[in-house]
Design a protein. Structure first.
Length: 277
């Protein structure tokens, strides 16, 4: 088995997720003299999550069933420059960084692979998400009217009056498939020795009467085959919509070309008539 010889025509993929989970901190949990309002964890995890358990915290709900260190050597996280040592390097699982803060910013995540992979690092940009905006309508109490007169405009509910349990936890994770094309014989053997945990058919961690955003849509819980199917349906609907728009523009272009042809013919006739005089 060669450490450098590549297997032609073979590709192996490994599903991962990257992103963050955030929880709102009560006054008693906040660092003394600090204006930090949230505790967040940013990381790279396996896409599948462990089976549901009473020991799992909100930040553990998304992914993390598998140890990724058999193909990931280390992960670096470039935080905002206001943090001490903004470039964090994590060389063993879990590949995560936990901090507290009050603001959102972009984090550069860079994944380095084990030596057997002989692959270059890959990078992702993730926007740290602390707030579940836009809030689902069911999460916000109905607005109060300024008077008994129903014709008066309603006063929107201030965000400060939305119960904090509805604002936490917040999950913002992206699913990604890392594809290793034509891996070396040695790395191929490593990959085959560690099959990823399959995604569950459906979300096993649905919280009754509560839905918050995760990766732009979906329930609190975990990535699942149902979510994958729903995403496929959304992509198909987007494809159909794009094709319909293209056809509409094509028909409009044909109509404009016909109109232009008629105008050119009219101009030619007028020029011919003027030349004949």
């Amino acid at each position: 088995m060669s450490a450098n010889k590549r297997i032609r025509g073979v590709s192996v993929y490994r599903p991962i997720i990257y992103g963050n989970s955030t929880v709102w901190m009560e006054e008693s949990e906040r660092p003394p003299g600090s204006d930090h309002t949230h505790r967040w964890t940013v990381g790279v995890r396996s896409a599948a999550a462990p089976p549901p358990s009473s020991k799992r915290t909100p930040a553990d709900q998304i992914g993390g069933a598998d140890d990724l260190s058999y193909f990931i050597k280390k992960v670096t996280f470039k935080l905002h420059d206001s943090f001490p040592q903004p470039l964090r390097t994590i060389e063993k699982p879990p590949f995560e960084v936990t901090e507290t803060g009050w603001g959102e910013f972009d984090i550069i995540i860079k994944i380095f692979f084990v030596a057997e992979a002989t692959e270059k690092p890959i990078s992702f940009s993730h926007h740290l998400k602390l707030h579940p905006y836009p809030l689902p309508p069911a999460a916000v109490p109905p607005p109060a009217l300024p008077s008994a007169d129903p014709s008066q405009s309603a006063i929107p509910t201030p965000i400060e009056e939305v119960p904090q349990p509805l604002l936490t936890p917040v999950h913002a994770w992206q699913y990604e498939e890392i594809v290793f094309s034509e891996p070396t014989e040695t790395f191929y053997a490593v990959l085959l020795s560690k099959a990823p945990t399959p995604l569950p058919r459906s979300n096993r961690l649905v919280i009754k009467d509560r839905t918050l955003a995760m990766s732009q849509s979906g329930n609190i819980g975990e990535f699942s085959l149902d979510m994958e199917a729903e995403e496929g349906e959304r992509l198909e609907e987007a494809r159909k919509s794009a094709l319909a728009e293209i056809e509409l523009m094509r028909q409009k272009l044909i109509s404009n070309e016909k109109e232009l042809g008629g105008l050119r013919k009219e101009v030619d006739e007028l020029q011919a008539a003027a030349a004949a005089q």
